[in-house]
Ligand binder design. Sequence first.
Ligand SMILES: [Zn+2]
Ligand SMILES: [Zn+2]
Length: 388
Amino acid sequence: MLKASLAATAAIFALLVGQPGAAQTAPERTWTRADDTRRIDFPVTAKGEQVLAVDTHTHTIFSDGVVWPSFRLWEAEQDHLAAYAVTDHLEAHPYSPDIVTDDHNRPYAIAVKEAARISSKVLPIPGVEITRGMPWGHFNALFLKDVNALAVDPTMSKDPTEVLKAARGQGAVIIWNHPWALPGLDPAMAELMPAEQRGLLKAGLFDAVEIANSAQYSAAAFDMALKYGLAVVGASDVHGAVDADMQIPEGQHRTTTLVLAKDGSAEAIRAAMLQKRTAALYRQALYGREQELSQIVGAALRMTGKARAQSFLTKDMVQVELHNDAFMPLQLRLSASPLTNSRMLTVPAHGKVVIQFANVPDMAAFTLEAEVLNAFVDPQRNLKVMLR
Ligand SMILES: [Zn+2]
Ligand SMILES: [Zn+2]
């Protein structure tokens, strides 16, 4: 979205723009708090794939963001992202009197240089936001080789087919951004895709759609992603500071995309996105297809158990521990009632819950079915898991 700058970020902006090359380093995280909600991490899946946090949408002062590109890299470090895309608007440059360059590769180049300088593990991805009014809207092109080779439309009104084709020619992954947030569209509409968009889709000119952007989620966009076979994407679209935009001091985290990839390289992330191996992470809930969510949650949620001594009240009792190795709590509704807890329970982030069941004569055959109430395989349906 095109956003006004946040007052909360003004101080940071002044500091960073005043000294863009200042010899500061990103704060190295030598400790974590038990209640740290920002540090996005998930265990490797059973198939050995990594669950990478990739923010596909960020802005800097080189378009309508209010921070220097290095600052985005430091924020990505803090959030434990594997990668983030530098996607300044190709068309909107409100700070052009101050940022006097028309080199659209510049913000990415600065991020790469900063990553090298502080030996960052975070991978900046080169990209751009192609910006149009209705009916086309905004598109992010990621993994570009040369942003300057794309035609700029200062009127922001021309058919984007040619520029999307040019991005495709550079090997881009293309995302339709915040489709519910376009002026003129009703966000409550069941079907968000206008005829023009369907034309672009038919021409194979986009691969993914944002279903969550910053503090907003759209069930209609999620439906659309599933219906049209698009990769499910969540992104911060951050313009100010992530802390302020994403309410991190209040216990939130960055809205982002999870990518299931064989490793953290740009090529592996690009290939995984093209294969739609993604899910969106928004306000401590997961949104995606059953295949990806069951792999992500299946790796995070483990059950271990042991037989307990019989008491005069209960027989054939088992005690199980439900472990959660992810950074976010998992909310479960169990198919069977435990002896010692409600059927609705929350397994805390990087934590466990201990529960007991009576009348389980064969512990080895004991299974537990659960719905994961904060994992959605479509807007109305929760992921089901079977724990053994
Ligand atoms: Zn944007
Ligand atoms: Zn936008």
